[in-house]
Design a protein around this ligand. Structure first.
Ligand code: ATP
Length: 235
């Protein structure tokens, strides 16, 4: 079966700084794949390259078997890809409802439809629908970012460090949601520094170090590689 996403010998970086040095990764449909690794391994750069905000200098990105190198983020979004960057990407000076309304423009869904499905999935956002996003807790902002991303019914969701700066309980809740989304058929590639949590919902994991994927496998198979990559540290 064609992969939802395939990276083949992907190289990319920032000007003369080479970060990705030949990344190979196969992300199957409807599963959660965790991309793990220590600080600076190149995880965020990999997501940026898949999401079209960086152009590969070598290698290929295939979405559902289609070569998409160089496609713009908006073209990739139309192809069903949604990237939630580190730091979440909500509009802090708009309310929850207004943040959701922004996603309706140019789409095929009405605002009431989007609000109903978002609030059913995230009851906490319903309670806070009139609150400015920037005044909500980090976890609530992450929920809003995820709700915004889901309004376009993505086929492939790229999540970058959803646990960043959040309390363990709320992170658990967010990861439960990641598991539910995969059960609904959305393919998820999640970048995470806290390996244990991501591995608890992942079907497959890839460990990255120094701009390469060093190990891939099922969560139990990569445990040792995760320890090595983190030098026995934060994993
Ligand atoms: P972290 O877990 O700390 O976010 P990461 O694995 O996601 O790490 P990246 O953010 O992809 O790592 O960074 C990989 C390398 O690229 C690092 O050495 C970083 O300093 C560098 N880098 C990242 N963004 C830029 C940028 N905009 N300009 C120049 N170098 C960058």
């Amino acid at each position: 079966m064609t992969a939802a996403l395939e990276l083949i010998g992907l190289e990319a970086g920032y000007g003369r700084i080479e970060v990705l040095r030949g990344v190979d990764l196969h992300v199957p449909h409807g599963k959660v794949t965790a991309l793990l690794g220590p600080n600076g391994a190149g995880k965020t750069t990999t997501l940026r390259t898949i999401g079209g905000s960086l152009t590969p200098t070598k290698g290929c990105v295939h979405l559902d078997g289609v070569h998409v190198n160089g496609a713009s983020p908006s073209a990739l979004a139309r192809a069903g890809l949604c990237h939630i960057p580190e730091g979440r990407g909500v509009f802090p000076n708009l309310t929850v409802t207004e943040n959701l309304r922004m996603t309706v423009y140019g789409g095929d869904r009405s605002l009431p439809d989007v609000l109903e499905s978002s609030f059913a999935r995230f009851p906490r956002l319903a309670e806070r629908r009139h609150q400015l996003a920037g005044t909500m807790s980090g976890g609530e902002q992450q929920m809003l970012a995820m709700a915004r991303s889901l309004t376009g019914r993505p086929g492939l969701l790229l999540l970058d460090e959803i646990s960043m700066g959040l309390a363990p309980m709320i992170v658990r809740e967010l990861y439960d949601l990641v598991g539910q989304l995969a059960a609904e058929g959305i393919t998820i590639l999640v970048v995470e520094q806290f390996a244990r949590l991501a591995l608890s919902v992942a079907d497959f994991a890839a460990v990255m170090s120094g701009g390469f994927i060093t190990t891939v496998g099922q969560p139990a198979d990569v445990a040792d590689a995760v320890e090595d990559a983190y030098f026995g540290g934060a994993a």
